[in-house]
Design a binder for this molecule. Structure first.
Ligand code: GLP
Length: 243
């Protein structure tokens, strides 16, 4: 697991975008695992600008997202599908047929089984992850056990509170979600995790302590990934005791 400490969020995002763009240049039909949230918006802005000037070409790339809220449809402004269209797909040359998104308003069982079928038959080339302040990756929440395949999950109190900032009130935050499982994450050829706010300092500190994989710290599964890079800025690195 490589740690890169940058001067600021913009530099972190540039480095993360470069990792993706290099991989896409080498393999134009890469399957990209993509995340949502404030940590990745700048990367997507860089993808949009780079695509416009021909520095990257997404036309043969395929994508799948790491998670989605349950119970809200793709036209809900807080759905991850909406986020992806707004922030990335509409601003680049991804082809709609190459985009896999879970339908948050769809049937729980069939959405989960389609998600699993897709993931079981493929290996993600480059996977982008954010991390929750409680250490969640995708929506794999801390607990006694981790789940290998894509599944649905009851969101933790901490996650509902953390994500309430995107909704009018905490009550509007969905209580359940779809997420990739740990095997799907670990199977990726290359993984990039980006974080930038000090609320995540404890999770980052614990991630770099010891060699254990801890179900109470789901991001610790990065230690099992073939090629994982964690990108944080100096402020967060200092808060996490990593500088
Ligand atoms: C969210 C999502 C994750 C995301 C993480 C960090 O709840 N489930 O996929 O990466 O938490 O979000 P943010 O970057 O907004 O802090």
């Amino acid at each position: 697991m490589e740690l890169i400490v940058t001067e600021n969020f913009s530099e972190s995002s540039r480095i993360a975008a470069d990792i993706f763009e290099k991989a896409i240049a080498q393999k134009p039909d890469s399957l990209l695992g993509l995340a949502t949230g404030s940590s990745v918006t700048e990367i997507y802005k860089k993808f949009a600008a780079d695509c416009k000037c021909g520095r990257v070409d997404f036309s043969n790339c395929k994508s799948i997202n790491v998670d989605e809220y349950m119970g809200i449809s793709k036209v809900h402004p807080q759905s991850f599908a909406y986020f992806m269209h707004e922030n990335l797909f509409e601003k680049t040359n991804f082809k709609s047929d190459n985009i896999y998104l879970v339908d948050g308003a769809g049937d729980e069982e069939s959405e989960t089984s389609h998600y699993n079928e897709f993931l079981a038959s493929k290996r993600i080339d480059v996977l982008l992850l954010g991390v929750g302040a409680n250490g969640h990756v995708g929506f794999n929440e801390p607990g006694n056990k981790l789940t290998a395949s894509a599944h649905t999950v009851a969101l933790s109190k901490e996650t509902i509170e953390a994500n309430a900032r995107f909704f009018c009130s905490k009550d509007e935050v969905p209580k359940k979600a779809f997420t990739m499982g740990i095997r799907d994450i670990v199977k990726a050829r290359k993984t990039v995790l980006i974080a930038f706010v000090n609320a995540k300092a404890q999770a980052l500190k614990s991630l770099f302590e010891g060699d254990e994989v801890d179900p109470n710290l789901p991001c610790s599964v990065l230690k099992l990934c073939a090629d994982a890079t964690v990108i944080i800025d100096m402020q967060l690195a200092k808060a996490a005791g990593l500088r």
